[in-house]
Structures are given as structure tokens and as C-alpha cells.
Design a protein around this ligand. Structure first.
Ligand code: PLP
Length: 378
């Protein structure tokens, strides 16, 4: 399959800022040190230097100290999501329904994984500030009144995928309190953590509630490269033990972790700053192109981080019709319905701006605008 010239469909990162030379130099220096380690199975937690580095990352951002031995490296954060869901929805833990409460528009990978596990997904309304905690309170009260107990609340509080929303501090506090009222575990998926362009960064939920109810998942995919398949999770020791009982893959990839740690150690924030500056330029290019091409036709999000713009189409332009018209012009995007927990169709599409060069963003959005105008006969 050939890649379309204007690929706005996938949450890939920016190849232009991948530090090929520095990474190669760090890798060349690290490999001779790994002779013994690479000849052993990694164990359930994974490479120690990378866990230390991720504990420092969390401490620098959240001001909370995490013991590196409470960090579990995973094969991307997706493995962390499935491990946590398997643990909390295991039939032996039959304290309640196999249901999870989450933003109604959510990450497609999670939706597919939960579906495959037979998890019932209960949606919470969201707006430009993320999950609406007034609706969360109602959903949790309703479930409780029905005698039902969700296994966990799953939230993308920061740079939500697909909407790009950033949940403000007061909502985060409200979420933590609602979870406490119902004694419900919270799983925060911070996959885009640190892909930040401007404005305040509210604290992670675990920084607001250091108790045993929080499970936190993060990734290196979006600040470094998804191809290294590195993610991690952290939780209180008792919960970690439960989760690790479900890990049967002999541990995470030592080579990927060791080489990535060798590159990032001592320059993590410098790398993040460099990568974010380029991504911000791409976001701004997409926002400017949307404004000039579609300013009077569509509305869209203005994300302060992450890789996506969430766009609402005019009522007379259907997503399938636009997909056909746009593909003929070399443009692909993601159908918003794929991100709805029940596949509900709507007037939304998601545009990813991380991978294509700035010129392709400008030209591709012009083509998208032309496709929309063609459909409307304007
Ligand atoms: C919200 C969210 N969580 C998790 C993932 C999985 O990422 P990875 O497994 O590459 O860390 C993604 C990928 O796009 C995502 O958007």
C-alpha cells in the first residue's frame, strides 16, 4: 500500500526531528556494555536505567518521587492498557460489572482492546475541557443506584485523543473526588505527556491523589518514537503486584530500552523541547491553513499539546462522502466515528499533524478544503 501524499490519518511522530546521528552514537557506546544484560531475560520490570530515567521524568514534571522499582516498562503504552484492563476485569475479581467508565470519544486502540476483552464501555460526555465531571458524577451515581460497580474510570486527561482537550486542574480534582466517593480505580493514560506547546500544565491525577486508587500509564512513543515500542505504568505496590501477575511475556525489550535510555539520559528535556518546537510549527501551520481554507465552513479544536486537531464538518458534508472526495485528492484523515466507544457516526474528523512536512500540511489542507467545497457544490 502506498502512503497518500497528504496523510493526516495516523498519530505518527515527526521524522524530521528524529536524532539519527546522536542516537546512533549513543547506541554504539551502549551496546558493548550490554553483553551480559542482553543474554538474560529482562524480568517483569525491565531495564533499570530506563526506569530511573522515567522516574526522573515524572518527578521533574509532577514533583512526585516514584520509586523506579514501582515503574514497569511495557511494549508501548498499549500493552500497559491491556495488562491493566486484564487485571481489573479478571473474572476471579468478580466484585462488580465488567464495565469501564470513559470519555465517549476515546482512543481507537483502547476501544478495540476493551471490545475484544468483552468490556462494556460506559461513555461520559466531554467538551473542550475534556471529560465533563458533572456527567461523570451522574454516570457513577446512576451505576451505583443500579447496583453496578465499574472496574475503573479510564481517562485521557491531557491532550485527549481524539479531541485534543486539556482537562483543567479543578476538573481533575473533581474526578479524583468522584472516584474516591465510589471507591473506584482511576487509570490515567498520559500517552501524549510532555508533547506540550504552551500554557499551564495541570498536575497528573496521581499527583493530586497519591493514594492506592491511581494507575498511571505513559509512553515514549510521542516524545521519542513509536517504533521503539516503549511505555510504562506505575501504581501502588499492591496493585502493581496484581498487574504483574498477568505479565507473561518474559519482560520488555532490553535493547530498545537500553539504547533509548543511553540517548535520552542527560538530555531528555532538551530533546523534548527540540521536538515540541517543530511540532508546534506544524500545529500552527495546520491551524493557519484551516483558517484560510475552511474558516467560514468548519470549526476545530486548538490543542495546546498532542498531535491532533478535531474538526467538525458542516452538516451537509458527510464523513464517508468526504473520505471519497479527499482520497481522490491524495488526502487521508481519521473518521471521528472510529473514536466513539459505540462507533456512533457524527460530523467529526481527526487530523494528525506530526508526521507530514509543513508544505504537505499547507497543500493537503487546501486539498481538503477543495474536497469539502466540491461536495457542497460551492
Ligand atoms: C491515548 C493513547 N493511548 C495509548 C496509545 C498507544 O501508544 P503506544 O503503545 O505507542 O505507547 C496511543 C497511541 O496513539 C494513544 O493515542
Amino acid at each position: 500500500m502506498t502512503t497518500p501524499p497528504y496523510d493526516f490519518a495516523t498519530g505518527n511522530t515527526n521524522p524530521e526531528t528524529f536524532p539519527a546521528e546522536d542516537f546512533a552514537a549513543a547506541a554504539a557506546a551502549a551496546i558493548p556494555e550490554l553483553t551480559v544484560e542482553l543474554n538474560r531475560y529482562p524480568g517483569k520490570l525491565g531495564h533499570a536505567r530506563m526506569r530511573r530515567l522515567m522516574a526522573e521524568r515524572e518527578h521533574d514534571r509532577e514533583g512526585v518521587r516514584i520509586d523506579p522499582d514501582h515503574i514497569v516498562l511495557t511494549n508501548g503504552s498499549m500493552q500497559a492498557i491491556t495488562l491493566v484492563a486484564e487485571t481489573l476485569c479478571a473474572d476471579i475479581d468478580a466484585g462488580g460489572d465488567k464495565c469501564v467508565v470513559m470519555e465517549a470519544h476515546n482512543y481507537v486502540g483502547t476501544i478495540r482492546a476493551f471490545d475484544a476483552m468483552g468490556i462494556e464501555m460506559v461513555g461520559v460526555a466531554q467538551d473542550a475541557q475534556g471529560m465533563r465531571t458533572d456527567d461523570l458524577a451522574e454516570v457513577m451515581d446512576r451505576l451505583a443506584a443500579e447496583g453496578r460497580r465499574p472496574r475503573f474510570i479510564y481517562t485521557l486527561a491531557t491532550y485527549q485523543n481524539p479531541t485534543g482537550a486539556m482537562m483543567p486542574r479543578d476538573r481533575r480534582q473533581a474526578l479524583v473526588e468522584i472516584a474516591a466517593k465510589h471507591d473506584c480505580v482511576v487509570v490515567e493514560d498520559n500517552c501524549y505527556g510532555d508533547v506540550h506547546f504552551e500554557g499551564e500544565k495541570p498536575p497528573a491525577l496521581y499527583a493530586l491523589d497519591p493514594g492506592p486508587r491511581q494507575i498511571y500509564i505513559c509512553s515514549l512513543s510521542k516524545i521519542f518514537a513509536p517504533g521503539v515500542r516503549l511505555g510504562y505504568l506505575t501504581a501502588a505496590p499492591e496493585m502493581l503486584e496484581r498487574i504483574l501477575a498477568f505479565r507473561n511475556d518474559a519482560g520488555p525489550n532490553t535493547l530498545a530500552a537500553a539504547l533509548t535510555a543511553a540517548y535520552l539520559d542527560g538530555r531528555l528535556w532538551q530533546h523534548v523541547e527540540m521536538a515540541n518546537a517543530a511540532l508546534k510549527t506544524k500545529r500552527d501551520a495546520m491551524l493557519a491553513a484551516l483558517e484560510s481554507e475552511l474558516g467560514n465552513l468548519c470549526s476545530w479544536s486548538r490543542p495546546v499539546g498532542g498531535l491532533f486537531i478535531w474538526l467538525r464538518l458542516p452538516d451537509d458534508v458527510s464523513v464517508p462522502a468526504l473520505q471519497t472526495a479527499a482520497e481522490a485528492r491524495g488526502v487521508t484523515f481519521a473518521d471521528g466515528a472510529n473514536f466513539h466507544i459505540h462507533g456512533q457516526a457524527g460530523p467529526y474528523i481527526r487530523l494528525a499533524f506530526g508526521f507530514p512536512p509543513v508544505d504537505a500540511i499547507r497543500d493537503g489542507i487546501a486539498e481538503l478544503g477543495a474536497a469539502i467545497r466540491d461536495i457542497r457544490g460551492a
